[in-house]
Design a protein around this ligand. Structure first.
Ligand SMILES: [Fe+2]
Length: 278
């Protein structure tokens, strides 16, 4: 599937819902439009160079605020493979890094690539990209009035949540398995793959030395999400593929429950078995 084919259905999806914290801020909306147009252009032109964003001082301040708070939470709750990845990449604390630079680093470390996207997209489009070791990443940043929680992906979610995990070859292999299966999956199989992705790569917990740690990017890139997962109020369930593929989720609200993955080996085997059963 070419990039041009990929981008076609995306125009129909809403960019900002009315309950988004920046929905009524005209300046913010204009700013997002500039950044998202560059992503659309990248795909339309089938460009090889990722767009560079000149972030404003205010945007860098949002990054600094979230980075500082997350760092403290990561020290307590992040899985060791996340911490290893963040150390390898040496992510900056004081400024928002460029996707182009991170993509180059990942290419060297684990043959993984990043491409820009303008927002949430159709599940098949998003997952299929993973088949080619590529992740579609937003480049705009959340509204400054609500830095602790975002109802959609933004550059903080992508970089502080996902990017360090892409240094891990086994997690990339699992993402790739899901991505390859998504290309030809039926509607109900695609729903199963989307839920598996959600409850593992986005919001999974993992057991490490008898402790429960955060694995998913939604947790590692979100102050509120990470606090919620370890607050004692959220439910931690043992990993169960049948339950996962039958459990719906809502990306815009606080997650009420999480599944604890016993190990990456276990997640890979379970993923392979699910796909074989299609
Ligand atoms: Fe994500």
């Amino acid at each position: 599937m070419s990039s041009a084919t990929l981008i076609q259905p995306l125009h129909t999806l809403p960019i900002l819902d009315l309950d988004h914290p920046g929905a009524h801020d005209q300046e913010y909306r204009k700013r997002r439009e500039i950044i998202t147009n560059a992503a659309l252009e990248f795909h339309a032109q089938q460009s090889l160079s990722l767009p560079l964003v000149e972030y404003t001082t205010e945007e860098h301040k949002v990054w600094q605020h979230v980075y500082k708070k997350l760092k403290h939470l990561h020290d307590k709750h992040a899985s060791s493979l996340y911490n290893q990845g963040r150390t390898l990449l040496n992510l900056p604390q004081n400024h928002i890094p460029q996707l182009a630079h991170l993509s180059e680093q990942l290419q060297q470390l684990s043959n993984f690539h990043l491409e820009p996207i303008h927002g949430l997209v159709d599940a098949r489009i998003f997952l299929s990209k993973l088949a080619n070791n590529t992740m579609l990443c937003t480049q705009y940043i959340r509204h400054p009035s609500k830095p602790e929680f975002t109802p959609e992906p933004d550059i903080i979610h992508e970089v502080l949540g996902h990017v360090p995990l892409f240094t891990n070859p086994q997690l990339n292999k699992i993402s790739q398995l899901i991505g390859k299966a998504a290309i030809s999956a039926t509607k109900s199989q695609l729903l199963s793959l989307t839920r598996l992705y959600w409850y593992t790569i986005e919001y999974g917990l993992i057991k490490e030395h008898n402790q429960i740690k955060a694995l998913g990017a939604g947790l590692l890139g979100g102050i509120h999400d990470l606090q919620n997962a370890f607050s004692g109020h959220a439910i931690h369930k043992p990993f169960n593929m049948q339950e996962i593929i039958n459990t719906d989720f809502n990306y815009s609200f606080e997650q009420p429950h999480f599944f604890v993955i016993p190990s990456l080996d276990n997640l890979q085997t379970e993923t392979e078995q699910l796909i074989k059963s299609f």
